[in-house]
Design a protein around this ligand. Structure first.
Ligand SMILES: [Zn+2]
Length: 74
C-alpha cells in the first residue's frame, strides 16, 4: 500500500518521509506524491506527503529529493 520513493539517495516510506519533515515520529502518513514546486535551494524535485503528527493535527510536508530542504504547512 505504501509507495516508497528515493530521497537523497535513500528509499523512504511515506511515514519515514513525514518523520524527516516533522523531526519526530508521526502517527500516520498518506502516500507520497510529487509537489507542484521546485526546491528553492537547488531546483530539484520536491515530494509532498500529508501526515498526522497527532490525532488532531494534519500537516502537509514537503521534502526535496536532492538536498536537505524541507517545509511543513499546517
Ligand atoms: Zn533541494
Amino acid at each position: 500500500m505504501s509507495e516508497n520513493r528515493v530521497v537523497q539517495g535513500r528509499m523512504v516510506t511515506p511515514k519515514h518521509l513525514a518523520e524527516m519533515v516533522e523531526g519526530e515520529s508521526v502517527m500516520d502518513a498518506e502516500s507520497i506524491s510529487d509537489a507542484d514546486r521546485d526546491c528553492p535551494e537547488c531546483g530539484g524535485d520536491v515530494l509532498e506527503v500529508g501526515y498526522m503528527p497527532s490525532v488532531t493535527e494534519f500537516v502537509t510536508g514537503y521534502k526535496c529529493q536532492d538536498c536537505d530542504w524541507q517545509a511543513r504547512e499546517e
